[in-house]
Design a protein around this ligand. Structure first.
Ligand code: CTP
Ligand code: MG
Length: 226
């Protein structure tokens, strides 16, 4: 099957959020956080969705559920295994409920000829400095910096190859695309919105609730009365 497959990783504990259950299942905007991403993929025409789950939780209707792993990369690998026939996969964090269909489509479009990975990213607005402890070493050129998000779209064989590396290599990588970069692959950033932020802390959850409420109001206004 050649249609793209979404791999949503939802197996994390959400320790920094401090919720009683796994973060992907925390209610946000009136439903489990995970469900918003599932909707965004479907709205973009991505119907095949694999979800890496925490123990004891079920995938949303119509999605394939797999058991997640101890580390995020293990969860990605587990989800990829359930998409063995896919040529293109979109890896996404369930912790980004503000994903839109437009971002999904832009990432798919970004995977042009000769590109191994196309990754959602927002231009950095803060000045970023590198420091050795508290001693500033240098100030980076902000015009060249991107804050990396998900989805990250990959040619499935390339992702499979890099995820087959040792656990130590995988543990050191903070995103999947960096493994492709390290292997000499071509990675492209796809301009996304800062609104597609990751819910990590309780403050992030409050902000996500506000944005979702605003979107729901805008949708209701467009739909009109009745
Ligand atoms: N994730 C996963 N499997 C893991 C760890 C993380 O599927 N073993 C997923 C999370 O569910 C989340 C995404 O990877 O959707 C990004 O990870 P992060 O924001 O760090 O989520 P958690 O690991 O759940 O949060 P924390 O690190 O605060 O515990
Ligand atoms: Mg984590």
């Amino acid at each position: 099957m050649r249609e793209p497959v979404a791999l949503i990783v939802a197996a994390g504990r959400g320790e920094r959020l401090g919720s009683s259950g796994p973060k992907a299942f925390v209610v946000c905007g009136g439903r489990p956080m995970l469900d918003w991403s599932v909707d965004a993929f479907r709205a973009a025409g991505v119907e095949r969705i694999v979800v890496a789950l925490p123990q004891g939780y079920a995938a949303p209707d119509g999605c394939i559920g797999v058991n997640g792993g101890a580390e995020r990369s293990h969860s990605v690998r587990a989800a990829l295994t359930a998409a063995a026939d896919a040529a293109v996969v979109l890896v996404h964090d369930a912790a980004r409920p503000l994903l839109t269909a437009d971002i999904v489509r832009a990432c798919l479009d970004g995977l042009g000829d000769g590109v191994d990975a196309a990754i959602a990213a927002a231009p950095v607005t803060d000045t970023i400095k590198e420091a050795d402890g508290h001693d500033v070493v240098r100030t980076l050129d902000r015009s060249r910096l991107w804050a990396i998000q998900t989805p990250q779209v990959f040619r499935a064989p390339a992702l499979r190859d890099v995820l087959a590396q040792d656990d130590a290599v995988l543990a050191a990588a903070t995103d999947d695309a960096s493994l492709i970069e390290a292997a000499g692959g071509t990675v492209r950033v796809v301009p996304s919105s800062r609104e597609n932020f990751k819910v990590t802390t309780p403050e992030d959850l409050r902000l996500a609730e506000l944005v979702l409420a605003e979107r729901l109001r805008a949708d209701a206004a467009t739909a009109g009365p009745g």
